[in-house]
Design a protein around this ligand. Structure first.
Ligand code: MF3
Ligand code: CO
Length: 255
């Protein structure tokens, strides 16, 4: 069931979204060679504590996972697309790191992700990051009243496919509110003009995941969480929580 949010609920989600933006900015600033993924998780925990917010991820146990999620960030390095569990791995020059973070404040969630290069990265990796961010912006621009859900997926995939990248078939965005994952599911591929009509008050997370090798195939790592590219090529992931308003899309996870 798709629940529309009131202006009051969207303001609460905007406050949660500011906490998310702050955690992403603090962890990405700290993502230098030699820093471990667990150290980044600790930085994100401090941001939550400072704002009296709860993690959307810690202890989260969806049907697709064998164990509850054990951390407050997802830290997905290189060929890990999403849901990398932070461990003692120390970042190296040239790594691509996706940081995904969710916060709950006063009963409402916000969820966002960015991918950053560690130190110097190649021009090829930079193109992957820029294209994924552009796919997110295209999806956000399509998130306006009168459009359909399929317009978002069509906009995202148009950018990704034209650039020659793959996208995992079974993962995408989602409605968000009192729960982190709500209806509707927001696929990164779709037919323009098809699907659910987008009404003001609908709040969704839009999250393109692009695979450098151009194929869509992924596998689940042995930890039951991390999604890894089948060809071992690198991936990037960007996400914002977006409210559809009468005046168009409003990004809730900006600073
Ligand atoms: N943005 C990710 C998603 O919507 C967050 C996953 S959180 C986890 O799938 F707790 F499931 F890891
Ligand atoms: Co999400």
């Amino acid at each position: 069931m798709v629940e529309l949010k009131s202006a009051r609920e969207i303001e609460i989600m905007r406050r949660a979204g500011r906490v998310v933006a702050e955690a992403l900015s603090a962890t990405s600033a700290a993502a230098k060679p030699g820093v471990s993924l667990l150290e980044l998780d600790e930085i994100a925990r401090e941001v939550l504590a400072k704002h009296g917010a709860n993690s959307s991820f810690l202890g989260y146990h969806p049907h697709f996972a064998s164990t509850p999620y054990p951390a407050v960030i997802c830290a997905s390095v290189n060929e890990v697309v999403v849901h990398g569990i932070p461990d003692g791995y120390r970042l190296r020059e040239g790594d691509l790191l996706s940081i995904d973070f969710g916060a709950e404040l006063d009963g409402y969630h916000a969820d966002a992700a960015i991918t950053v290069g560690v130190g110097e990265i190649t021009a090829e990796d930079r193109r992957l990051l820029e294209t994924t961010e552009r796919a997110l912006q295209a999806g956000i621009s399509a998130a306006r009243p009168g459009n359909k859900l399929g317009d978002i997926g069509a906009a995202v995939s148009e950018v990704a496919r034209r650039a020659g990248y793959g996208m995992p078939r079974d993962y995408g965005g989602h409605g968000i509110g009192r729960r982190m994952h709500e209806d509707p599911s927001v696929p990164n591929e779709g037919k323009a003009g098809r699907g659910l009509r987008l009404h003001p008050g609908l709040v969704i997370a839009i999250e393109p995941m692009l695979i450098a090798g151009g194929k869509d195939d992924c596998r689940l790592a042995s930890d039951g969480w991390a999604v890894v590219t089948a060809d071992g090529s690198r991936a990037a992931h960007f996400e914002h929580t977006v409210a559809i308003t009468e005046r168009g899309p409003r990004i809730l996870t900006l600073p």
